[in-house]
Design a protein around this ligand. Structure first.
Ligand SMILES: [Fe+2]
Length: 242
């Protein structure tokens, strides 16, 4: 982004962007209703993680391969296609990489529940698709957190208490929020910290599907060490018992 201060003709170059992709995908209402019912059945009796203030996440309850469930395979295929596009648009040579969907799990949040700030150290690219929400964020916005704010100059300078940096200035943005709505897809680097705000809507269950992707070299290649070989070329290591 280039900004010009007219009086002094100073050019500001906002460098090194973090790319987050969004798309409002169409979801058939009947398909959506079926998916919601399936998720409620999969959740069963448990409704938290297990702290009652923490949303129920499938990865902690054995529901982490949702992409293999027939109700969600078509959705996973759509997300995969868009992750390929995300990688192409962020500069990857698609002929040099293989993409693996490693894990897919639901997150269900009832009134008062949150998801704490975290990132996904196991993955390279993450995605989320929302099955609920009205776009207003009452049921809990997705919050993406800046890992670094170099324009803050010194960490902690923008903590608030009246300054010295003006609130919400675009060059000192530490947080970006997205309000859920059915079909909304968000794709982001897995190392980017994120959290989910509290569900303040007593009428709504917040429902989303998370995806973790890993990049490797293609199966036929001999990659240098910066890119992991294809899993077909890995060898399991037997534990030597003493
Ligand atoms: Fe997450």
């Amino acid at each position: 982004m280039l900004e010009i201060c007219r009086s002094l003709v100073v050019e500001l170059h906002a460098l090194f962007p973090t790319v987050v992709a969004t798309e409002r995908m169409a979801i058939d209402p009947l398909t959506l209703a079926g998916q919601m019912q399936t998720l409620l059945n999969l959740r069963g009796e448990a409704i938290s993680n297990p702290d009652e203030g923490c949303a129920w996440t499938g990865d902690l309850h054995g529901i982490w391969q949702l992409h293999q469930h027939p109700d969600f395979q078509p959705l996973a295929d759509e997300v995969m296609a868009r992750v390929w596009m995300y990688l192409e648009r962020t500069g990857f040579d698609l002929d040099q990489i293989a993409l693996h969907l490693q894990r897919c799990w639901p997150v269900l949040s009832t009134t008062g529940q949150v998801v704490g700030r975290h990132h996904h150290p196991n993955a390279h690219v993450s995605a989320v698709v929302y099955l609920s929400g009205d776009g207003q964020g009452q049921e809990g916005a997705l919050c993406l957190h800046a890992r670094h704010q170099l324009n803050e100059l010194v960490p902690g300078l923008a903590v608030g208490h009246g300054g010295p940096i003006r609130d919400h200035h675009p060059h000192n943005q530490g947080l970006w929020t997205v309000n859920p709505e059915p079909g909304l897809l968000v794709i982001f680097p897995s190392r980017l910290d994120h959290s989910v705000g509290q569900n303040n809507d007593e009428e709504s269950l917040r429902v989303s599907i998370s995806f973790d992707f890993v990049l490797t070299a293609q199966a036929a290649s001999a990659p240098a060490e910066f890119l992991a070989p294809h899993p077909h070329q890995w060898q399991g290591c037997e534990r030597q018992l003493s």
